[in-house]
Write a protein that binds this ligand. Structure first.
Ligand code: MG
Ligand code: MG
Length: 258
């Protein structure tokens, strides 16, 4: 059952989303060759708590960390480790925060120093997929229109669209109805209505769409070992149109100073 939100609830959800946005901005300041996922995770946890919020992932389904950090062929759900991030890596950082009973949940994939043209193109197209999907989240459309737009753009570039993991409704629970797949048939799925709050999160692979789970039972990797990217925003549908509650502005600001 989809839980549609009031304007007041959406205002709180924007604050929750923006706490995550600022946390990812801090990640952007710190991330560089030689830093470890655990260092980023510690910073993120302290920052979220300093904002009177609670790390949204830690403890959820047994997740041990505040951030999920997925490097290169890792798609999502990578656990922070003491392995040093290296020049040429692409690193997806996914973060959640619980604020006044509502969740924010969003993600960005960082290029570390100079990355290959293949990875650069993957990041560009995956971020484009995110915004093309968001543009479809309006009254008059249906849920599958979001995935249709994402899939069409990704496949135009020969990329694989992950099927096993999807976007989702967001609110007092991290994962609410509806599921928001990154693929779909135009005009199918539930009608989009005002008050819908969802996380849209394309996971796009250079090669096969197929994924596997590592022995840690968390980290999802591409089946062919080729790189994968992941971008996520939190969206509310207001007056018929998509409103992005999260922002990459803090990330862009931090990266522009590097
Ligand atoms: Mg997320
Ligand atoms: Mg999500």
């Amino acid at each position: 059952m989809i839980i549609y939100k009031t304007a007041d609830e959406i205002a709180i959800m924007r604050e929750a989303a923006q706490i995550v946005s600022r946390t990812l901005g801090k990640v952007a300041e710190m991330i560089r060759p030689g830093i470890t996922g655990l260092e980023l995770d510690r910073m993120a946890e302290e920052y979220i708590i300093s904002q009177n919020a609670i790390p949204g992932f830690k403890g959820l389904y047994g997740c041990p960390s505040t951030l999920l950090i997925s490097i290169n062929e890792q798609v999502v759900h990578g656990l922070p480790t003491d392995i040093k991030i290296q020049e040429g890596d692409i690193v997806s950082v996914d973060c959640g925060a619980l604020y006044k009973e509502y969740y924010g949940d969003h993600a960005y994939t960082f290029a570390i120093g100079e990355v290959s043209d293949e990875k650069k193109q993957l990041l560009k197209v995956t971020e484009e997929c995110l915004y093309l999907g968001i543009a479809q989240a309006k009254v008059g459309n249906r849920i599958d229109d979001i995935g249709w737009a994402i899939q069409t753009h990704a496949e135009k570039h020969g990329y694989g669209v992950v099927r096993d993991l999807v976007g989702h409704g967001l609110g007092k629970k991290m994962h609410e109805d509806p599921q928001v797949p990154n693929y779909g048939r135009r005009g199918h799925g539930k009608k989009i209505q005002n008050g819908l709050t969802i996380a849209i999160e394309p996971m796009i692979n250079v090669g096969t769409e197929k994924v596997e789970v590592l022995e840690d039972e968390w980290t999802i990797v591409t089946a062919d070992g080729k790189p994968s990217a992941h971008f996520e925003h939190d969206i509310a549908v207001v007056d018929g149109e998509p409103v992005i509650l999260s922002t990459f502005d803090f990330i862009h600001e931090a990266l522009s100073k590097k």
